[in-house]
Design a protein around this ligand. Structure first.
Ligand SMILES: [Zn+2]
Ligand SMILES: [Zn+2]
Length: 348
C-alpha cells in the first residue's frame, strides 16, 4: 500500500477520526467498534457492504451485513462462510462497541449498502461500490449527510459518462431483430449485472424465454426470492438450431470458452462500464459492446460529492487522481487511500 496522501487542514477532525475510522493495510478499521469494513483478509469482525468477491470474503469470525448480502455470501461460500452472521436491515441503528452503526442503500447490486458510523457527533460513511441511476434490481442509493464520505472512483475520469441503460438494451434488441438467424450471447457479471440485464429486457417488453449459463442459476433464484421478477428463464442447453434469434446470458469468462461454440454464429455482447473503451471491447472480441455499469460514472461521482459536501472525502480505489483534483478545485478536502485488493468485478 502506498502512503496515503494527506490533504487535511483540520487537525481536530483527524484526531477524532483516529478512533472512529482509519485506513490500514487490512482495510478500513473502526477502533472503537473493533471491526473492519470489507477487509481483504479474514478478520475477527467484518462489516460487509455487498456480495462482490473483492468486498465479501469468506473466513471472517463474525460478519454484519444486510440480509440480502448474507444470503449472497451463503450462496457463494456455503452456509458456514463465517462463524457468526448478523443481519442488519437498511436504516436500523445498532451500537457496536462505542460506535453507532447503520446501513443505507448503495444502489450497486441487491443488498448493497453504505456503512455509516456515528460517534460523538461525528458521522463517517463508507459507501462501498455505488451508482446513482435507477436499477430495477436494487434499492436506490440514499445520500447520508456525513462529515467524512468515503467513495470509490472506478470510473473517476471525465471521459467516463455512461449512457442511459434503456439505450443500451434497445441496441441489443435491435441487433436481435436484425440477425434472427444468430444467437446473442451477452456476457454479464453473475452477481448484479446479469439480473439487471434480464430485468431491463423485461422492462423493454421482451417476454421471450431468456437462456442462462448454469453459473447464474443460483443467484437468479436468489434475486427472485428477494422479489426481483426475472420472467421466463431456461438453461442454455439444447441443439444449435434452438438458439437462433435467442438471447443467452453468461458470465464474461464463458464468452471465450468452448461452451460458447454450442450457439449458432453468436453475436458476442458484453455488458460493462468498460465497454465505452473501444480497445477493451476489441481485446475481448466483443462485437456488440453494451455500456452498462453498476458503478457511478464521473457525473454521478461528482454530483454525489456536491450533494453531500462533506468536510472530507476519502477515495478508496480506482482513478483517484482526477476525482481528488476535482474535489479540491471545488473546495472539498480529499484524500486518496490507495486501498488494495479491490477491483472492478467486470475487469477480470
Ligand atoms: Zn461491487
Ligand atoms: Zn468493488
Amino acid at each position: 500500500m502506498r502512503k496515503p496522501e494527506f490533504m487535511i487542514a483540520d487537525p481536530v477532525l483527524s484526531r477524532r477520526l483516529e478512533s472512529v475510522l482509519r485506513p490500514t493495510p487490512d482495510g478500513l478499521w473502526c477502533p472503537e467498534g473493533a471491526f473492519f469494513i470489507d477487509p481483504p483478509r479474514p478478520v475477527e469482525r467484518a462489516v460487509i457492504t455487498h456480495g462482490h468477491a473483492d468486498h465479501a470474503r469468506a473466513g471472517h469470525g463474525s460478519v454484519l451485513a444486510t440480509p440480502e448480502t448474507l444470503a449472497i455470501m451463503g450462496e457463494r461460500y456455503g452456509r458456514d462462510f463465517a462463524v457468526h452472521a448478523q443481519p442488519l436491515a437498511y436504516g436500523e441503528r445498532i451500537t457496536v462497541g462505542k460506535v453507532e452503526l447503520s446501513l443505507a442503500p448503495a444502489g450497486h447490486v441487491l443488498g448493497s449498502a453504505q456503512a455509516t458510523i456515528r460517534r460523538g457527533g461525528l458521522t463517517v460513511t463508507a459507501s462501498g461500490d455505488y451508482k446513482r441511476r435507477r436499477d430495477p434490481t436494487c434499492i436506490p442509493f440514499e445520500p447520508v449527510p456525513s462529515d467524512v464520505f468515503i467513495t470509490e472512483a472506478t470510473f473517476g475520469l471525465p471521459v467516463f459518462r455512461h449512457p442511459p441503460d434503456v439505450h443500451e438494451i434497445a441496441r441489443l434488441l435491435r441487433s436481435v431483430q436484425q440477425f434472427p438467424e444468430r444467437a446473442h450471447l451477452v456476457g454479464a457479471y453473475a452477481l448484479g449485472k446479469a439480473q439487471r440485464v434480464i430485468r431491463l429486457l423485461r422492462e423493454a417488453g421482451y417476454d421471450e424465454t431468456i437462456y442462462v449459463h448454469g453459473a447464474l442459476e443460483r443467484l437468479n433464484r436468489l434475486y427472485e426470492h428477494f422479489g426481483v421478477d426475472l420472467g421466463p428463464l431456461a438453461p442454455a442447453t439444447g441443439s444449435k438450431a434452438d438458439f437462433a434469434g435467442r438471447i443467452i446470458i453468461a458470465p464474461p469468462s464463458a464468452l471465450a470458452d468452448r461452451w460458447s461454440r454450442r450457439f449458432p454464429d453468436p453475436v458476442t455482447a458484453f455488458a460493462s462500464g468498460w465497454m465505452s473503451v473501444r480497445a477493451r471491447a476489441r481485446q475481448r472480441g466483443v462485437e456488440l459492446p453494451l455500456v452498462l455499469s453498476d458503478h457511478a460514472d464521473w457525473d454521478e461521482l461528482t454530483d454525489t460529492l456536491t450533494e453531500l459536501s462533506p468536510q472530507e472525502v476519502w477515495i478508496t480505489h480506482g482513478r483517484d487522481d482526477a476525482l481528488r483534483r476535482w474535489a479540491e478545485l471545488n473546495g472539498l478536502k480529499a484524500r486518496a487511500l490507495h486501498l488494495v485488493g479491490y477491483e472492478d468485478e467486470d475487469d477480470d
